[in-house]
Design a protein around this ligand. Structure first.
Ligand code: PMP
Length: 403
């Protein structure tokens, strides 16, 4: 992959050449093709979908449904009815919790998550467990931050009804062994939900190979606009799911007292959808596929390794997660400098990193810290930018410590 050529596709990077953006796990920058697709939509195709007979609206409906096909192909799902457009990962997971497991979990049933979950894949399950009298159990991590598969084997048992697990940790940058986890779960008839928010941008996920019951991801973390996300669900489960939103577009028939819903996916997509978001997501997928997901994964992993290797050479810097890096996410802390002070110092130097708990407080607690710094890199970042970050961290250490 030619990094310099790729950077030209991203207006933000070109307009702000001295700015180093290392907060891609919060949201990614958008390529020109995605921005142009949104402009084109508003200039030519801005009509509501699934309701009007005039040809312009019919055309937009066709474009919209072709985007659903694009998503199916991106994750290699079989059924187009299995793709539900949502506002993002958070909404997708809440929909599964409140539309399905709320009705299918009994007292003493168990839900298993890992200690490294983003709050979006934790709070909905805490809530359902409390409402239904079910129990929430945790898979632990190893010393190096990788998921402990032995712990998974112990925690998942005959009472478990759901394993809800992230594919990639948004803090440690580790890739969980989904194949092994799904195998452990399915052997005990346990459903699996994959939180792919941090995985979809960087690694290829194949639904037909892995066969999870559910998967959720967000457009904005993979070059698309905010406010669009995907819920994949196994068709028979989606058919049993209760809509959590009621209103227009989802119904076949309404009288004064009752209504009859359409089939999936429309039954679960009440109201006017995020049409431009869907078009933006489809265009983002085109861009990612033009680079190749395998190339993206390889590039980000190598860049993550490069930054890890440089950071670990600096005295007083602790890097979290394994020595062998798996993605472009690197969380670390600097002795005697609070992460928020460090992030502010870097901001003064035009470098954007995140400081805090990264919406994964139980994991931060497990690491024994209050907060960490996180540099999350994507395929448009490069070693030059890593070197500048390293230089500023060394400079910062002497600034704060007189070292
Ligand atoms: N899960 C993980 C692993 C994430 O990284 C994120 C976003 N940081 C989410 C869930 C939530 O995604 P969103 O805020 O787009 O709903």
């Amino acid at each position: 992959m030619d990094n310099q050529k790729i950077r030209v596709d991203f207006p933000m990077l070109i307009k702000h050449p001295d700015f180093i953006y290392f907060d891609n796990a919060a949201t990614t920058q958008k390529p020109k093709s995605v921005i142009d697709a949104l402009t084109n939509y508003y200039e030519n195709d801005n009509f509501n979908v699934h309701r009007s007979v005039y040809s312009a609206a019919e055309r937009t409906t066709q474009i919209f449904e072709a985007c659903r096909e694009k998503v199916i192909q991106f994750i290699n799902a079989k059924e187009n009815k299995s793709i539900i457009f949502t506002a993002g990962t958070t909404q997708s997971i809440n929909q599964v919790a409140n539309g399905y497991y709320k009705y299918n979990l009994k007292k003493d049933d168990e839900i298993v998550v890992s200690i490294a979950e983003h709050h979006s894949n934790l709070l909905p399950w805490q809530n359902i467990a409390k409402q239904n009298g079910s129990k929430l159990k945790y898979i632990d991590i190893n010393e190096d931050g990788t998921l402990n598969l032995e712990s998974a084997k112990k925690v998942i048992n005959t009472k478990t009804k759901l394993l809800a697990i992230t594919a990639v940790s948004n803090v440690l940058g580790t890739i969980n062994n989904l194949k092994a986890l799904i195998n452990i779960a399915h052997q005990k008839n346990v459903d699996v939900l994959i939180d792919a928010a941090q995985a979809a941008p960087e690694i290829k996920i194949d639904i037909q190979e892995l066969k999870p019951e559910w998967m959720a991801f967000s457009g904005h973390k993979m070059l698309a606009p905010t406010g669009i996300g995907i819920l994949y669900g196994r068709k028979d489960l989606l058919e049993k799911m209760h809509p959590t939103q009621l209103g227009g577009e989802m119904i076949e028939h309404v009288d004064k007292n009752n209504f009859k819903t359409k089939d999936i996916p429309y039954r679960l997509e009440a109201g006017t959808p995020n049409i431009e978001g869907v078009i933006g997501l489809s265009t983002a997928i085109d861009y990612l596929q033009s680079l190749g997901m395998n190339n993206i994964e390889k590039y980000c992993k190598a860049l993550g390794q490069y930054l890890y290797d440089q950071l670990t050479k600096i005295d007083g810097v602790t890097v979290y997660g394994p020595e062998k890096r798996q993605t472009g996410i690197v969380s670390f802390s600097i002795d005697n400098i609070h992460p928020h002070d460090a992030a502010t110092y870097l901001d003064f130097n035009n470098i954007a990193v995140r400081a805090g708990q990264h919406c994964a407080e139980p994991l931060t607690n497990k690491l024994g810290v209050n907060a960490t710094l996180r540099a999350s890199m994507y395929f448009y970042n490069n070693k030059d930018e890593c070197d500048k970050l390293i230089h500023k961290i060394i400079e910062m250490r002497s600034f704060f410590n007189g070292a």
